[in-house]
Design a protein around this ligand. Sequence first.
Ligand SMILES: C=C(N)C(=O)O
Length: 122
Amino acid sequence: MKFLHSDKAPAAIGPYSQATSANKTIYVSGQLPIVDGELQTDIKKATKASLDNILHIIETEGGKVENIARVGVFMQDLSQFSDMNEVYAEFFGEHKPARSAVQVAALPKGAIIEIEAIAELD
Ligand SMILES: C=C(N)C(=O)O
């Protein structure tokens, strides 16, 4: 197993890796919507930030959006579901990974969204 790291994604904020890989599977930790150290507080910008962070991490192993097989979306307020979906749909296009989306009581750093993913490399 490998511990993965991308300088283009925010560093882990605790005792975990941005992602691990085993064989051809990449397990990406929940990505907070942080860009250049700044937590995004607008749901559309935040969704894009978390997804971009996932992509930056899987790219370290040659992964692409099309390699993402499963996504978990954790939101602080599900009333923002449609705005999240709009940006999400734009990011994935015709590629539609399995997904769960849930509202949670709170997220680290007071974030409004955290997104995790599993990718299968070719
Ligand atoms: C932000 C996280 N993924 C964590 O604390 O586990």
